[in-house]
Write a protein that binds this ligand. Structure first.
Ligand code: BV8
Length: 234
C-alpha cells in the first residue's frame, strides 16, 4: 500500500449504526417508518411544518442518548496521526464524528444539532425541540426556524470544495453508505477519474460497489479500525 497524501472519506448512516443511530434503508430503517415526501423535502415543511419539526425533534432527542463507536474514533485517529491530508465528508447529520475528535469535517447534508432562521439567515447550535413558535435567538421572531439539514431537492453544502478535494485525492474511502443518494453516490466516479485508489468499507455491497477498486465488507467497528491501522503503517 503506497503512502497516501490526500485522503477523502465519505461516510453514511452505516458508520453510526453500531452507536444505535437508525440507518435509512436497512430493515426497520427510517424510510420504512416515514416517507421522504412527508418529512424530508422543502415541500413537506411548507405543507406541514409541525410534522417535520416532530420528526427532527424525535431524532434530536434520540441523539442525546448515543455515543461515537470504534469506527468514528478510528477516523479521528487517522486524521490526527496520518502524515498527509485527511478530509471527512459525511452525509450524516449526527454529531458523532466531531464527538470522536474529527476536525477536518464537512457535513454535506447539514447538522441535526443546528437550526437555521429563514427570516434572518442566522444559524445556531440547537439541542432542544424546535417548533414554529420557537423565537429565533438572532432576530427575536417566531415562524422562521427550520432544522439546518439538506432535504431532498435541496443543494448539499460545500459541493465546490468537495469537488476540488475529489479531483486531488489519491485515496477515496466510502464507509457505511448504500450509494442510493446523489450527488454523494457519484463521488467514487469523480475520485476514480482523478486517479485515486477507491475502497468501499460497508456491511454488504452497496449500489455502487462495482465502481470501487477494492471492497471490504463487515461491521464498521471491525473493518474501519483495521483499515486505518493498515494506512497508518505505510
Ligand atoms: C440534489 C439529510 C439537486 C436529512 C439527506 C428529484 C428532485 C431533486 C433531486 C432528485 C430527484 N430525484 C433524485 C434526486 C436526487 C436526490 C436523490 O439522490 N434521491 C434518491 C433517493 C434517488 N438527491 C437530492 O435531492 C440531493 N439534492 O440532488 O439537489 C439540486 C440541484 C440544483 C439546485 C438545487 C438542488 C439532496 C440529498 C440529501 C437529502 N438529505 N439527509 C436527514 O438526514 O433527515 S439524505 C439521507 O440519505 C442521509 O443523509 C443519508 O446519509 C443519506 C444516504 O443514506 P445512507 O447514509 O447511505 O444510509 P442508508 O440507510 O441508505 O445505507 C446505510 C448503509 O450502511 C447500508 O449500505 C448498510 O449496508 C450499511 N450498514 C448498516 N450497518 C452497518 C453498515 N455498514 C457498516 N457497518 C454497519 N454496522
Amino acid at each position: 500500500m503506497p503512502p497516501y497524501q490526500r485522503i477523502v472519506i465519505l461516510t453514511g448512516a452505516g458508520i453510526s449504526a453500531e452507536s444505535g443511530v437508525a440507518t435509512f434503508r436497512d430493515k426497520d430503517g427510517i424510510w420504512s417508518k416515514y416517507s421522504i415526501e412527508d418529512v424530508a423535502t422543502p415541500e413537506a415543511f411548507r405543507r406541514d411544518p409541525k410534522r417535520v419539526h416532530d420528526f427532527y425533534n424525535m431524532r434530536r432527542r434520540d441523539h442525546a442518548t448515543v455515543k461515537p463507536n470504534a469506527a468514528h474514533y478510528a477516523l479521528a485517529r487517522l486524521e490526527a496521526e496520518h502524515n498527509g491530508e485527511v478530509t471527512l465528508v459525511t452525509q450524516n447529520i449526527d454529531a458523532l464524528h466531531e464527538q470522536a475528535g474529527s476536525k477536518n469535517l464537512i457535513h454535506m447534508h447539514g447538522e441535526l444539532l443546528k437550526a437555521w432562521c429563514l427570516l434572518c439567515d442566522g444559524r445556531f447550535a440547537w439541542e432542544a425541540d424546535l417548533s414554529l413558535e420557537t423565537i429565533c435567538p438572532g432576530c427575536g421572531r417566531p415562524h422562521g426556524l427550520r432544522p439546518d439539514v439538506v432535504w431532498f431537492g435541496e443543494m448539499p453544502y460545500e459541493m465546490d470544495r468537495i469537488g476540488a478535494l475529489l479531483e486531488a485525492a489519491d485515496l477515496f474511502l466510502s464507509i457505511g453508505t448504500s450509494g442510493n443518494v446523489y450527488p454523494a453516490a457519484g463521488f467514487v466516479a469523480l475520485a476514480r477519474r482523478a486517479g485515486a485508489h477507491t475502497v468501499e468499507l460497508n456491511l454488504e455491497p452497496s449500489e455502487g460497489a462495482s465502481y470501487f477498486a477494492d471492497t471490504i465488507h463487515g461491521p464498521a467497528t471491525q473493518v474501519v479500525p483495521a483499515y486505518v491501522e493498515r494506512v497508518l503503517k505505510t
